[in-house]
Structures are given as structure tokens and as C-alpha cells.
Design a protein around this ligand. Structure first.
Ligand code: SD4
Length: 338
């Protein structure tokens, strides 16, 4: 690129950045948004992730900064067999990470099947901010991360390796429902993902989703978490949704997008999550008997709802009134005949 083109490109970029930042800064607090904002996350480890995100929000960070921070907490500070550096590997013993991040203005970024780089959520944010693309996968995602200063390092923990060795004795690959929180090794249940949604005091929404995916998955398998519209979707005009469970079902139904679109039509967050579960069941009634699917949503006023196909789903809510709330899913479908 010659110098003049480079200069013009840089001018355009900084003008764009200024326009975006002045637009956001000029926004006054949204009176309908919860005072100070609100953060919600999937599963019990969402409590710690929410608190990390909350610290960012009350320090004046945006919803986007908050969800990145919360996801980073889950990826590292918590040694979790389903997220980040402590995740369980695939059936070939390789740990691959998936993550996505989305801002309420439609910007988004994702990485899939990323190896040997911690903090996939921050790589996803760099994809969003520093490239014209939405998703990078595998080796290309890793090369990009390294080019942005992320350190390449072997991530598989001895515990994860031991759990994989134990699994290999039977080598039985079957996604199971999240009947209860699993412990390794020998855990019955082999998946959980951090899906996090936040609204800041300006009423801006953002979301993040990060996972090591289903344990013992086929090498190269990618679930819903890094797929915008499946594991995560955010729209400032309406609300945001995220998912956990067997990702193939979310991808089949563009499920997080569906939840947001249902809210656009006037459904409450819980009703929207319920309808999305109904769709999953209608599409594959037999499979739905043994697969867990969970949705969590927040609308632009900060109202929260969740719905799961089977028992066991919990979600965490954090705001100015309480920073460690943990709720059982508002409702489950399985009782109605799945
Ligand atoms: C996946 N949805 O890779 C993720 C896993 C998950 O609870 O959320 N488990 O399919």
C-alpha cells in the first residue's frame, strides 16, 4: 500500500472511531436501564464471572468491556473443565477453544477451534476490532492471535489430560444432559459454557460466550458458542440472548437470534426462551429427551429470563442491589413431556 492510501485509510479509521466514541459518550443514561447496569451469566461459575464484569461496569467501562472482562475471568481465574485454559480436550487429546463477543450495535467477532492461546474471548474482540471479518478458525486464528501479541503456550492441564485418559478407557462419545454440576474425572456430564450478557448504565448491551466445547468432541467440531446467532446474539434495539448445552441444537435453530427476534415481537425474555426451547423440541423430539439446551436472555430494559429443556440449569445475576444472585432456570420444558 502506498503512503497516501495508507494515510487516507488511517484518517478514515480514526474518523470512524471518533464518530463511534462521540456517539456513545454523548448518550445520557437510559432511565429504563437498571441503575448502574446488570450482568447475567450461565451456570454457577457465572457468579464469579459476573463480579469480574461488574467491577468493570462500576469503574465506568462499557457493557462490551464488562463482558470481555467477565469471560476472561472464567477463562483463567477459574480452573474450569469446560472453559478456557483448564478445559477438557477433544477425543484426540487436543484442547480447542471457541469464543464470541458481540456489541449491541451489531459489531461482532469470534474464534473457533483455537489451540494453545488462552483468552479466546480477547482474540475474538481483536477479530471484531482489527479485521474486516467476523470469525477466524484453527491455525489462522492462532496465527492472528500471535500477531496481536497473544502468547502461544501449551494449555492442557494435567487434570484434563488425566480425565481424557480415563475417558479413553471407554472412548464412548455421547453428549449428555447437564443433570447436575459435574466434577472431573469420571463426570457424567461433559459440557458447560459461559454465556454472559450485560447492559450498562447507558442502556448499551453486549454479550460474550466462551467454551472448550463438548469434552471428547471430534477434532474440528465447532459448537454454537462462536457462531453469532446460535450461541450469542445482541441488539441494542431489543435485547440479548445466549445459550448453553448441546450446540448442534442451537445452530440448527439459529437459537440466540431467534430469542432476540421473539423479544422484538414483544415476548418477555422468559417467553422468548421458552418458545426457542419449543422449537428445538419440535424439530427433534426424540433427541430432545436426552440433550440439554438452555437459554438466557435480557431485554433492553434489563429484564432477565431463562428457560431450559431439562433440570439443572442455573444462571447468575449481578447488579447494584446484589452481586452474587444465583437462580434456578425460571422454568424447564422436560416436565411438559419432552
Ligand atoms: C458447545 N454449547 O460447544 C457448547 C457447550 C456448552 O453447556 O454450552 N455446554 O456445544
Amino acid at each position: 500500500m502506498n503512503d497516501r492510501r495508507k494515510f487516507l485509510g488511517q484518517m478514515a479509521l480514526s474518523a470512524g472511531a471518533l464518530a463511534v466514541s462521540s456517539g456513545l459518550d454523548a448518550k445520557s443514561p437510559d432511565p429504563r436501564a437498571p441503575e448502574g447496569g446488570r450482568v447475567v451469566s450461565t451456570w454457577d461459575f457465572g457468579v464469579g464471572a459476573n463480579q469480574a464484569a461488574w467491577a468493570r461496569l462500576i469503574a465506568g467501562g462499557s457493557a462490551l468491556d464488562a463482558v470481555e472482562q467477565g469471560a476472561r475471568w472464567a477463562e483463567t481465574d477459574l480452573c474450569n473443565p469446560t472453559v478456557g485454559r483448564c478445559g477438557n480436550p477433544d477425543r484426540d487429546g487436543v484442547l480447542t477453544l471457541d469464543a464470541s463477543i458481540m456489541d449491541g450495535d451489531g459489531r461482532c467477532g469470534a474464534v473457533a477451534a483455537l489451540e494453545d492461546i488462552d483468552h479466546p474471548i480477547s482474540v475474538a474482540r481483536r477479530v471484531m476490532e482489527d479485521t474486516p471479518h467476523v470469525m477466524l478458525v484453527g491455525e489462522g486464528a492462532q496465527q492472528f492471535a500471535v500477531s496481536k501479541g497473544f502468547r502461544k503456550q501449551r494449555l492442557l492441564t494435567p487434570e484434563a489430560e488425566q480425565a481424557w485418559q480415563a475417558w479413553r478407557e471407554r472412548a464412548e462419545y455421547q453428549p449428555q444432559i447437564n443433570a447436575e454440576r459435574r466434577q472431573r474425572p469420571g463426570d457424567k456430564d461433559n459440557h458447560d459454557t459461559l454465556g454472559m450478557l450485560a447492559i450498562d448504565r447507558h442502556g448499551r448491551l453486549a454479550g460474550a460466550c466462551t467454551t472448550s466445547g463438548m469434552a471428547w468432541k471430534m477434532h474440528g467440531r465447532v459448537g454454537d458458542s462462536p457462531i453469532i446467532g446460535a450461541g450469542l446474539y445482541v441488539d441494542n434495539e431489543v435485547g440479548a440472548a445466549t445459550a448453553s448445552g448441546v450446540g448442534e441444537e442451537m445452530i440448527r435453530n439459529a437459537a440466540s437470534f431467534l430469542v432476540v427476534e421473539l423479544m422484538r415481537q414483544g415476548r418477555t425474555p422468559m417467553d422468548a426462551c421458552h418458545e426457542a426451547i419449543e422449537r428445538v423440541v419440535r424439530k427433534r423430539p426424540e433427541a430432545s429427551k436426552s440433550l440439554q439446551v438452555c437459554f438466557l436472555a435480557i431485554n433492553r430494559h434489563g429484564e432477565v429470563g431463562a428457560f431450559a429443556l431439562h433440570e439443572g440449569f442455573v444462571y447468575a445475576v449481578c447488579d447494584a442491589t446484589k452481586q452474587d444472585a444465583l437462580h434456578a432456570s425460571d422454568a424447564i420444558y422436560a416436565g411438559s413431556g419432552a
